[in-house]
Design a binder for this molecule. Structure first.
Ligand code: SF4
Length: 379
């Protein structure tokens, strides 16, 4: 099990982003942060009562921009969570950060508080592309942050990269991959830009103001990432994720194995005791709700056995090693073929999946058509 903590604050909204985060001004921020951190502690204690047995072996701060919170306050929150919740003795503690928000002193404080993994939103190494998507950092900030994190003793570093950006071509993407490799991260995530309705980028695109690489070019970019990163010794272990051997992200593996986790914070989701919940994405409402000792659920549902099976297959097929038929049978006391015989047959015939060493997994073709693969398991 693990814990996800959502920090819904950003210095500015990126043009493509529809994550739950609010833009904070300097004047009102310190008070808001303090109230938010108090609420997170209340929520953690609430779940400790419900789920005291653990063990928890990952803690992940996502956002938003977690590193907008002053590092000394984050360090206190981490110390509180590690002390009050049933964590193992060496949990993975990850924090997402934007390159311009990492300072050498901040990195030292976070490392001292137990942060051992940082996921940096690098996205691209060309300033014109970073500007086109509304990122605040410059390409040169990325290397500077990596160096600060390394000198603070943080060895596990992920770089998030994006392809399919406005104005990006294959040469830009190759240069981004090579610049990322030169920083020797232990982990790399490569995401295709998705036009989310309601974002500035989506509306500029609709008005014809912004051109994006086409589907074929995006597929070429994905293929290039596979070639370049695998050629450099990185294992492609999940549709969008690559790592040096032995450096998979423990926390995200929980999601891909459809295992329970506690979600804390405004807009966070959690999956506990067979129930899935989502907190309302409303920072003020979240603070008010915990002041009254009530969880601020937007949705709460019991996950039945059929739904759990479907979800286990849908997320499990994102892993290149696929789903183990023996593990599926152990978990659900029924064979995967008995439940999904027809769907599996079709995927095999279409060449989107294959069976190997007791596992069902995507083929090279299935990687590019992952939506079709996961949809096959939705009953
Ligand atoms: S920093 Fe991250 S969460 Fe904040 S607006 Fe940009 S993409 Fe969204």
């Amino acid at each position: 099990m693990g814990v996800y903590v959502h920090i819904p604050f950003c210095a500015r909204k990126c043009h493509y982003c529809d994550f739950h985060s609010i833009v904070v001004g300097e004047a009102d921020f310190p008070g808001l942060v303090d109230s938010y951190l108090v609420s997170l502690r209340r929520e953690a204690l609430y779940y400790r009562k419900l789920w005291a047995n653990g063990p928890l072996d990952s803690l992940f701060f996502g956002g938003g921009t977690p590193t907008l919170i002053p590092p000394e306050k984050l360090a206190q929150l981490i110390a509180f969570l590690l002390a009050e919740l049933p964590f193992t003795s060496d949990p993975e503690v990850t924090i997402e950060a934007n390159p311009q928000s990492v300072t050498p002193q901040g990195a030292e404080l976070l490392a001292g508080a137990g942060v051992n993994r940082v996921s940096l939103g690098a996205q691209a190494f060309q300033n014109e592309l970073l500007t086109a998507i509304g990122r605040l950092h410059r390409a040169e900030d990325i290397g500077a942050s990596v160096r600060s994190l390394r000198s603070a003793g943080i060895r596990e570093i992920n770089l998030d990269l994006m392809f399919g950006l406005p104005g990006q071509d294959l040469a830009h993407w190759r240069a981004t991959l090579e610049a990322a490799l030169a920083l020797e991260p232990t982990h790399l995530s490569c995401y295709a830009l998705i036009l989310e309705p309601g974002t500035p980028l989506a509306s500029w695109h609709e008005q014809g103001l912004v051109e994006l690489p086409g589907e074929d070019e995006q597929a070429d970019m994905y293929q290039l990432a596979r070639e370049v990163l695998q050629g450099a010794g990185y294992e492609h272990y999940e549709i969008s994720n690559f790592c040096l051997p032995g450096h998979r992200c423990r926390h995200n593996l929980l999601y891909w194995h459809n295992l329970p986790f506690i979600g804390l914070g405004s807009g966070a989701t959690g999956y506990l005791g067979g129930c899935r919940y989502q907190n309302a994405p409303d920072v003020e409402g979240y603070i008010r709700s915990w002041a009254e000792g009530k969880p601020p659920y937007l949705t709460w549902e019991e996950v039945g056995r059929d739904q759990e099976m479907d979800e286990t297959m849908m997320v499990g097929m994102r892993l290149l090693e696929g789903v183990s038929e023996a593990e599926f049978r152990r978990r659900f006391q029924v064979s995967l073929r008995e439940v999904y015989g027809e769907a599996v047959e079709q995927l095999l015939q279409q060449g989107l999946a294959e069976e190997k060493d007791g596992r069902l997994r995507v083929t090279e073709l299935g990687l590019f058509l992952e939506n079709r693969v996961s949809a096959a398991f939705l009953r």
